[in-house]
Write a protein that binds this ligand. Structure first.
Ligand SMILES: Nc1ncnc2c1ncn2[C@@H]1O[C@H](COP(=O)(O)OP(=O)(O)OP(=O)(O)O)[C@@H](O)[C@H]1O
Ligand SMILES: [Mg+2]
Length: 391
């Protein structure tokens, strides 16, 4: 029998007020693609951050190749052959691809040979179908390419355990296909690949084995041949889910939001939105499809008052809201959840109450120049309860 490359035993991680991982056991074998499946906040990223030396476990131990290890930093994990592509990339935009890849190099002596490094990166890129110009600056790359740089970095450091945290979230369907082919090649070369996801169809397609997390605990695991969708759903959310929604528009009412020939520039000052017309009615969920970079963000920002419309009109309940300020849009009742939750949606180093206050700083939570903190705390508690917010 093959020995596991990695054994995580009884791993517990406590943060103030929350147990992110609770007595987790996990084994990773060479040659396998192992999926970690779980809802938001179930503890997937935390578990893998422990394996990569970013966090220390509160309890439990990690064995690499049968030997217990204690990682003091990610550099120790890299030296043990463990690499990770984080959910939020960790690249320096003003450095080149090659510079980013050698940055975390812990050995190699005093002198680096740039031409050799570039040649090595190019040959790795060719072998695994991860083409990207090592001399390009990271700010010049698209998200798909940035992800390739992160994967190349793991391969360059000879990682045997490759962890990818929700890698498909930023990819087009075509890029996802290519990624899956490349990951299979890496597993075939004897690596253990960890694929974090909450998309069942991707897990079923790619993984040889799946471990499911819920509320910080392992709720089950299955090999490919035993993966049954209803079982996975049950393990993931703890109850059955009815997949049938009544989709009819009989209950849809009046037109609430109407866009007439709306145009706007993108960040490059070229046309981002070109004469967009749409009407959303009350009671309706209106989907907008398209490959990212084709105007979705511009559309959302125009509706949030963050980007001026160069032409056209926006009506909300019949009221003309074209080119109003964000504050006026919010007051009218339009809310925007941006795609970049941590960069734009929240101020991560403020607590939840302060984040709630930020959007409604006048009126509701203030009296004259004073903030009514109790009201803000009560409102935050209500939001947390009503929407089951995981803090
Ligand atoms: N640095 C931290 N400090 C405090 N709590 C944290 C920290 N990191 C994670 N948590 C909490 O631990 C729990 C597990 O979070 P984690 O990010 O591991 O979940 P996840 O499964 O990766 O979720 P997602 O699918 O949203 O990425 C959550 O309740 C989260 O709020
Ligand atoms: Mg995560």
């Amino acid at each position: 029998m093959t020995l596991p490359l990695i054994s995580m035993r009884q791993i517990t991680k406590r943060f103030p007020g929350v147990i992110a991982n609770n007595k987790i056991n996990l084994e990773l074998y060479p040659g396998e693609i192992h999926a970690l499946l779980g809802e938001n906040g179930s503890g997937k990223s935390t578990l893998m951050s422990i394996l990569t030396g970013l966090y220390k476990p509160t309890e439990g131990c990690i064995m690499v190749g049968g030997e217990e290890v204690k990682f003091a930093s990610p550099a120790d994990a890299i030296a043990s052959g463990i690499g990770m592509v984080h959910q939020h990339f960790k690249l320096i935009e003003s450095f080149t691809v090659a510079e980013n890849i050698v940055l975390s190099q812990s050995k190699g002596g005093f002198l680096l040979k740039p031409e050799q490094i570039i040649a090595d990166i190019e040959s790795l890129g060719e072998k695994y179908g991860l083409q990207v110009d090592p001399r390009a600056y990271v700010w010049q790359l698209g998200v798909g390419e940035k992800q390739r740089v992160e994967i190349l970095r793991m391969l360059y450091h000879r990682s045997r355990v490759l962890i990818l945290d929700e890698p498909t979230a930023v990819l087009t369907p075509q890029e996802t296909r290519e990624l899956f082919v490349n990951l299979r090649k890496m597993a075939d070369d004897g690596c253990a690949v960890v694929f974090i996801s909450h998309k069942l169809n991707e897990v079923e397609e790619l993984a040889d084995r799946v471990t499911v997390l819920r509320g910080g605990c392992v709720t089950g695991s299955a090999a490919k041949e035993d993966m049954r969708r209803d079982k996975l759903v049950q393990m993931m959310i703890g109850r059955e889910v009815l997949n049938t929604y009544e989709k009819n528009c009989e209950h849809c009412g009046e037109v609430v939001l109407q866009l007439e020939q709306v145009s706007a520039l993108n960040d490059m000052n070229t046309v981002g939105l070109n004469n967009v017309r749409l009407a959303v009615r009350a009671g309706e969920i209106y989907g907008i499809a398209g490959v990212s970079g084709n105007g979705q963000r511009e559309l959302a920002e125009v509706l949030a008052g963050l980007r001026p419309a160069m032409g056209g009109k926006i009506f909300f309940y019949g009221q003309d809201l074209t080119n109003k300020k964000p504050k006026e849009m919010i007051e009218a009742g339009i809310s925007y959840v941006p795609e970049d939750r941590l960069g734009m949606g929240l101020v991560p180093n403020l607590d939840s109450v302060n984040n709630v206050i930020l959007k409604e700083y006048d009126g509701k939570f203030s009296k004259g120049w004073r903030i009514r903190r109790e009201a803000a705390i009560a409102a935050t508690k209500r939001i947390v309860e009503d929407f089951d917010v995981k803090l």
